[in-house]
Design a protein around this ligand. Structure first.
Ligand code: CP
Length: 327
């Protein structure tokens, strides 16, 4: 893609996500966020987190608003935390999933959305395996209705990206001195893409995308990211190590899926490998975990792991986003 067409897409995306006065309308991607806009969301989320690191804050900002969770792909963390977040800021919540929805009978996503809009749903939280579903919905909902992307194909998972940024900021303070290594199935990871976009905007010193050669992303994430295929070099000196799940469901054919034992031996995040990271390095994982494949249990449950903090921060980030689109 040429630089000018990429800039045009980013500017269209920005105009769709934000009103002219800068307020957020939809959350589709972190690509068009400025550093200040990211920081504002992180600051708002921080206010919901107590001294013990739990998202115990509450508000009533969404009183009278109905949030619909439309998850057309499996989810534990995002779906439950969006529901908890919506309730904790005073909203009503309805949940729809593929198994119980009329999409099973052939109803289009837009017909589903229009049906729920007629029931006064004001915010749609959407996860889908197809690229562009959330943007199509955002372009076609009524004025005053918002769409929040809860996971889109392999391209975007902005609330995960935000909760990862918040987790890093809460543990490390600032971004400009950090080396961050994102390790694993980078090619299929919407988590890696959103995290990379946010980290790049916030000026991380070095961003490494570390994967086997077969899982190097086909399309550029952010120009500044360093593509690496040696995991030990990738982890060396890193302040943050973010492990990724192998996304078996996104491989075009099963032959491409790595053998789990060989993968763990060659790319798994283990205590031995972690010794080469920077002192005080933190280990992250978006979940769900494949223990003994991309990460050992010793690391996942060990002192460097901040995985449970990520989950807690996810509730706070989703509360902040819900508040932001009604502000
Ligand atoms: N990290 C994440 O998106 O987890 P879920 O698939 O459980 O929502």
């Amino acid at each position: 893609m040429s630089v000018s067409s990429s800039l045009k897409i980013d500017s269209d995306l920005h105009d769709l996500q934000f009103f002219a006065d800068g307020r957020m309308r939809h959350l589709l991607s972190l690509r068009s966020f400025s550093a200040q806009q990211l920081t504002d969301i992180l600051d708002r989320a921080d206010n919901f987190i107590d001294a013990a690191g739990n998202a115990t804050g509450r508000s009533n900002k969404l009183a009278g608003v109905t949030v619909a969770n439309l998850f057309f792909e499996a989810s534990t963390r995002s779906r439950i935390s969006f529901e908890l977040a919506a309730r904790r800021v005073g909203a009503e919540v309805v949940n729809l999933d593929l198994q119980t929805s009329s999409r099973n009978k052939g109803e289009t996503v837009m017909d589903t959305v229009h049906t729920l809009q007629s029931m006064d749903v004001g915010i749609f939280v959407v996860r889908d395996s197809e690229t562009g579903t959330q943007t199509t919905i955002a372009r076609n909902v009524n004025a005053g209705v918002s769409v929040l992307n809860a996971g889109e194909s392999i391209v975007s998972h902005p609330t995960q990206g935000l909760l990862d940024l918040l987790t890093i900021r809460r543990h490390k303070g600032t971004f400009d001195q950090l080396t961050v290594a994102i390790v694993g199935d980078v090619a299929h990871s919407r988590v890696a893409r959103s995290a990379a976009e946010g980290l790049s905007t916030l000026g991380v010193r070095e961003l490494r995308l570390v994967s086997p050669p077969s899982l190097v992303p086909q399309h550029e994430f952010v120009p500044s990211a360093k593509i690496m295929t040696d995991v030990d070099e990738g982890i060396a000196g890193a302040d943050v190590v973010m492990a990724l799940r192998i996304q078996k469901e996104r491989f075009e054919n099963e032959d491409g899926i790595p053998d789990e034992t060989a993968y763990f031996r060659e790319y798994g995040i283990t205590s031995d490998r972690l010794k080469n990271a920077a002192p005080g390095a933190i280990v992250m994982h978006p979940g769900p975990l494949n223990r003994g494949v991309e990460i050992s249990s010793t690391v996942a449950d060990g002192p460097s792991s901040v995985i449970t903090n990520q989950v807690a921060n996810g509730v706070a980030i989703r509360m902040a986003i819900l508040e932001a689109v009604v502000s």
